[in-house]
Design a protein around this ligand. Structure first.
Ligand SMILES: [Zn+2]
Length: 436
């Protein structure tokens, strides 16, 4: 305890010594700093790095080629692979390569990763700048693409946005990268950036809770080996039926509904553990929302048959877009499930614009190969005999769920066709297994 009672003389010496030590340390730091010319490349801020462990890799091959790389590690195979691939394929340039990054979670669904690449010359002047954007599904680590976050005729919407905001003509959306923020999607192409605020593009947004559909309807009934179902919408008490790809199959399709008879039609299929596809008019979807929700729950395939049965075989892009995509919106808005098939009214789609708008936005044009002419006969006997005469393995049969005569015919046809060994499947599954 002696040093506590030092005489003033000693105290002064200790104080002076402490000052000298402090000064020496300070001089070391201040003067030594310029010796390490690369300090600014070695440390990066922790801001916007809330996901992953910060990693650094410094490679000083020689005076002419130095690399200072900062990147995240996730302990998640898929995501770490993407990072490794980015680092491994960086351009091998003379000068100072510097990589920094931002990595954050976006509304509990996605992880957004942005790499900022800069190349400096020996005088530390910036020579090149480049940014790369990745979005991952938080749970799976899968890379998210534009079709995963946008819907409808979003390709046209993006092209228009680039034209309007950046005066750039985008030919294809292939080269476009993006990042998702809390309220906006940023798109990048041709060194230009375009912003799409969620509020302005609500109907184009697929993101949960951000677009026009709230929660997607969950299936109460599904068919194993089917193409059309989203695993995430299957509950554990969902009834699972199955399709045998090697056995004969028929797709029964119903146009122009839904109507007040559609529920009865669905019940026939449910009772016989079968399914069908409904090509619906948007205006009727609007009139029978509960029928459409029930259709989604029961795993029937919901397809598009225009808004109000106007021909879309026209050059009028606005008309085609309304007929096709307002119907998509009506079904998607109610069920959270996006139809993937469109049957043009009257089967007419010769026009280039029609194909471009329908098929160019991912909707498969789907016709039929057996016509019951039920709308004409309104007679269940003639509907049944049309089916009996013409059906085959791979048949896509056209009905309309508008007439009691059709419902009566279907009541008999469903068990009859099943007893002949036919499986009654959705049109998408029929095409999957039997071809177009
Ligand atoms: Zn029709």
């Amino acid at each position: 305890m002696n040093h506590i009672h030092l005489k003033p003389r000693y105290g002064r010496i200790v104080f002076v010594a402490a000052c000298i030590v402090f000064l020496a340390v300070a001089i070391h730091f201040v003067w030594a700093r310029p010796d390490d010319a690369y300090t600014s490349f070695k440390t990066v801020s922790s801001e916007h790095k809330t996901v992953g462990e910060k990693q650094e890799l410094f490679q000083e091959e020689n005076e002419e080629k130095l690399r200072f790389l900062h990147y995240p590690a996730f302990s998640q195979e898929q995501m770490d692979k993407v990072v490794k691939n980015y680092i491994d394929t960086l351009p091998d340039e003379l000068g100072i390569t510097f990589v920094d990054y931002e990595c954050e979670e976006v509304f509990d669904q996605y992880i957004s990763l942005i790499f900022h690449y800069q190349l400096f010359d020996q005088q530390q002047n910036v020579k090149q700048v480049n940014h790369q954007y990745f979005t991952f599904q938080k749970e799976s680590g899968n890379i998210v693409g534009l079709p995963d976050i946008l819907r409808r005729d979003y390709i046209n919407m993006i092209k228009t946005a680039f034209k309007k905001q950046a005066n750039v003509d985008v030919k294809s959306i292939d080269g476009i990268s993006f990042s998702i923020d809390e309220n906006v999607i940023h798109l990048y192409a041709s060194q230009k950036e375009v912003a799409l605020p969620f509020n302005d593009i609500k109907k184009y947004i697929k993101l949960k809770g951000k677009g026009i559909a709230s929660e997607p309807i969950r299936y109460q009934r599904i068919f194993k080996n089917s193409t059309i179902y989203d695993e995430k919408l299957i509950d554990k008490d969902t009834e699972t039926l199955s399709i045998d790809p090697d056995k004969p199959m028929i797709a029964m399709t119903f146009d122009d509904g839904p109507s007040n008879l559609t529920e009865e039609v669905m019940k026939i299929f449910i009772d016989h553990k079968a399914t069908a596809s409904f090509f619906m008019l948007g205006q009727n979807v609007e009139n029978y929302p509960n029928i459409v929700k029930y259709m989604a729950e029961q795993g029937f395939e919901m397809c598009n048959h225009s808004w109000d049965h106007q021909s879309i075989d026209t050059n009028d892009k606005d008309l085609i877009t309304h007929e096709v995509f307002d119907t998509q919106d009506a079904i998607y808005g109610l069920t959270g499930i996006e139809p993937t098939r469109m049957r043009p009214p009257y089967g007419a789609f010769n026009n280039f614009e029609t194909k471009e708008i329908v098929e160019g936005n991912g909707l498969g044009i789907t016709l039929w190969n057996v016509d019951t002419l039920d709308w004409k006969s309104r007679n269940s006997e003639s509907v049944k005999s049309a089916v009996r005469q013409h059906t085959f393995d791979g048949a896509i049969i056209l009905f309309h769920d508008l007439y009691p005569s059709t419902v009566d015919a279907v009541k008999e046809l469903v068990p009859e066709l099943q007893s002949q060994g036919y499986q009654l499947v959705s049109v998408s599954d029929l095409i999957k297994y039997k071809g177009q």
